[in-house]
Design a protein around this ligand. Sequence first.
Ligand SMILES: [Zn+2]
Length: 307
Amino acid sequence: MRTCDPSQCPICKGTAKRFRKGNFDAYVVICDRCGDFGITDTALVNIRGEYFSEREIANASGWLRENQGYEITSYNADGLKNINPISYSERADRLLRKIGKVTSFAGEEVKIDSSWISSAWCAHEKEMRSLLNFLSESDLVVVNGPLPEYQTVVVRPNGWMRIDDLSKVGSAGDQGFVAMWFDQSMSEAYAVAISKAIADAGYRPHRVDNREHNGKIDDEIVSEIRKSRFVVADFSGHRGGVYYEAGFAKCLGIEVFWTCREDYFKELHFDIRQYNCIEWKMNELDEFRQRLRFRIESVLGQGPVKK
Ligand SMILES: [Zn+2]
């Protein structure tokens, strides 16, 4: 492991920085393309020997971008290699949303940025530019400038309307948003049970990152919850953010599935116990996975994502 280049991202092989994560046997990686994520020592060794195709790297890197702060362990590294691919039009939508996000006023020309490659789950700059052409031919953006390095892009009115549509409630019909405590003790439950249950039921798990809320809910979280088909809210640790996110989803009429680890179950707020909360145990994660999967399928049916 010591010979492994610390300035190289273990996923995309691009430029990255790596730091020891406190006293844990893990690193924090900050990569230009994948953003920031954690990786345990064992996962680092396993991944190094593993072959990721160009498309698998694009998917893993795009997925990590959307799930900042995710910790790659030897339990979930396999899942990262087998992320469900997204379609061409979904990549184009992500690119358009990214351009919208970095535009500060309608009509502003923004410089085309190579960091958009992972925002749009692209394999390389060439693919990102092909998506830009597609957006331009669909009358959603205008690309200006003669040479690639001087090029800028402007979102057109149709593009803004498309961005609005994409942020409507339930617009990402295959997404299951996960609201939970970001604690080391929860990583395995997320990797082995929660994210797998959502994928087994035919949906795409989505967890934003591990920022603390400080009483203020993040715009990105709000927009991701709005788009989601449902929310899985896990109350272990009784984090304020989880109560807030579940309440927000409920308020929008989005289905919420309630779960809690046994040692926190007793202190669960009475209102939530009413909701038939799944109580789970650390040593029975397989059972938790099954129960959550059946709960999702019995309320919403099988989702559209094929495994
Ligand atoms: Zn990377």
